[in-house]
Design a protein around this ligand. Structure first.
Ligand code: ADP
Ligand code: MG
Ligand code: MG
Length: 208
């Protein structure tokens, strides 16, 4: 099962990945946005790490809620509230569980996607982080239904998120700043879909 410490470790691992990819995410956002996605997410994840609760007295849900609070309060721009809502819904989905089963993890992923969609109203194909989230959630649910262990569920989710990320390249953006560019947004990979793919890869790497 997934413990509070595991969830804490994931938050730290994702914060490191975001820091390592900060410039890359900024470059992607420079092409179709305002060149701040890497900086926004890096600031938010540093704040999340700084406020992580004591794993001996906190639940996985507490850790996820803390990340949500940090992202919502520290990150201006679209992605902070969107990821914040995702972590908040994930936290609620696993409330009161001292440890998480594979079912719990998949339910948290689905809840995270539903949060992003509720907040941002984007549909798959709009060239946003939803393209990566949706692919990941579907792949995770399919793997869970087939009886795969958590490591395989998360590997499938990460592969699907990366596919969803790459599939944003030819799309014309219909939500967020990139949509202001219209047809000129085509030919560029969406920054938020990229940071989402990094999140699912961090989860898969941790469970491997
Ligand atoms: P901002 O666009 O405010 O500068 P960021 O650069 O941090 O915020 O995040 C941009 C990313 O947010 C986009 O690449 C896209 O994936 C995501 N995004 C923007 N608007 C939406 C939305 N309505 N629904 C889902 N994702 C969105
Ligand atoms: Mg931006
Ligand atoms: Mg901005």
């Amino acid at each position: 099962p997934v413990t509070t410490r595991d969830v804490r470790d994931l938050v730290e691992a994702y914060a490191r990945v975001v820091a390592d990819n900060r410039d890359y995410l900024v470059e992607l956002d420079a092409a179709i946005g305002d060149a701040d996605h890497g900086a926004n997410l890096d600031r938010g994840m540093q704040a999340a790490v700084a406020t992580l609760p004591d794993p001996d007295s906190a639940t996985p849900s507490d850790v996820l809620r803390g990340v949500a609070t940090a992202l919502i309060s520290k990150v201006g721009g679209a992605a902070g509230p969107l990821y914040g809502t995702a972590f908040l819904r994930a936290s609620t989905a696993v409330k009161d569980r001292p440890e998480l089963t594979a079912e719990d993890v998949v339910a948290a992923i689905r809840a995270g996607l539903d949060g992003v969609v509720a907040r941002g109203k984007a549909e798959p194909g709009d060239k946003t982080m939803v393209d990566a989230w949706e692919a990941a959630a579907r792949a995770a649910e399919r793997a869970l239904a087939s009886g795969a262990p958590l490591s395989q569920i998360l590997a499938a989710a990460a592969d699907a998120a990366e596919e969803g990320m790459r599939a944003t390249i030819p799309l014309v953006a219909r939500k967020g700043r990139a949509s202001y560019l219209g047809e000129r947004s085509a030919g560029h990979q969406d920054p938020g879909a990229t940071s989402t793919a990094l999140l699912f890869r961090a989860m898969a790497d941790q469970a491997a």
